[in-house]
Design a binder for this molecule. Structure first.
Ligand SMILES: [Zn+2]
Length: 242
């Protein structure tokens, strides 16, 4: 594994000549309640991406610390990029990796709002340059959360500043977690949620969705291990004929 942030140019050249795969974490600058930092999705995605890069001998790129987080703009500190900007960033990075001779790109996405621009960029890059892009959204997360966590999510597969994210942050960056400020909120989702553009602050007070109070670093480690295992299996499949 090579960290592109800290590597030298000759080191990267050597890795490329050996068929290195680039691994890119994508997060968000987004509110996560009173107990987690705005960087939560970026820290988590980079933590998972680093372990995937270690497992596959990949080249870890610097993370993208912004995402499309428009529906949390009602909470201070959230700073959102448009889907067009996000797609353009992925296209530029993909084209650059392709010109540099990388074998492929694996994107580890840590924020729901980035899914569409990532998928579109992956498709356009393939059509335009043939460069292979694989994108992961924490595979196996729902089953792992069911098995490992004590609290229920605020909605199916909706993990935000809850036991899942707080435990993962306790495992990856405990100095950024204010457990004394952790408190549960189970908001009532509007009946039309997902069918129209709704700001989360219109029906949620604290920015927390679920119950972070029983979070532990051990649960976070277990969640990360399950997600990384599942991710590496899928990346191996993706790379098997490339
Ligand atoms: Zn998050």
């Amino acid at each position: 594994m090579l960290d592109l942030h800290e590597a030298t140019s000759p080191e990267v050249g050597q890795a490329i000549s050996k068929g290195a795969v680039a691994v890119l974490a994508v997060g968000a600058q987004e509110q996560h309640g009173a107990h987690l930092p705005l960087s939560t999705d970026t820290v988590m995605a980079q933590g998972v991406a680093r372990r995937i890069a270690e497992a596959i001998g990949g080249l870890l790129l610097p993370p993208i610390a912004y995402g499309d987080a428009w529906n949390n703009e009602g909470f201070p500190g959230t700073l959102s990029l448009s889907p067009d900007t996000m797609r353009a960033i992925f296209m530029d990075i993909g084209r650059g990796l392709s010109r540099s001779g990388f074998r492929a790109l694996v994107i580890v996405n840590g924020h729901f709002g980035n899914r569409e621009p990532i998928a579109l960029a992956a498709r356009l890059l393939k059509q335009e340059t043939g460069f292979p892009v694989f994108h992961l959204d924490y595979p196996g997360m729902e089953q792992a959360a069911n098995d490992i966590c004590d609290s229920k999510p605020a909605a199916p597969t909706f993990y935000h500043a809850d036991e899942v994210e707080t435990s993962m942050m306790l495992a990856l960056a405990p100095h950024l977690v204010r457990m004394d400020k952790a408190a549960a909120e189970y908001p009532t989702f509007p009946a039309t949620f997902g069918m129209e553009a709704i700001s989360l602050s219109t029906f949620n007070k604290s920015g927390v969705f679920g119950d972070p109070t029983s979070s532990t670093a051990a649960k976070g480690e277990a969640l990360i291990a399950r997600i990384v295992d599942e991710s590496v299996k899928l990346v191996d499949l993706f790379l098997s004929d490339r």
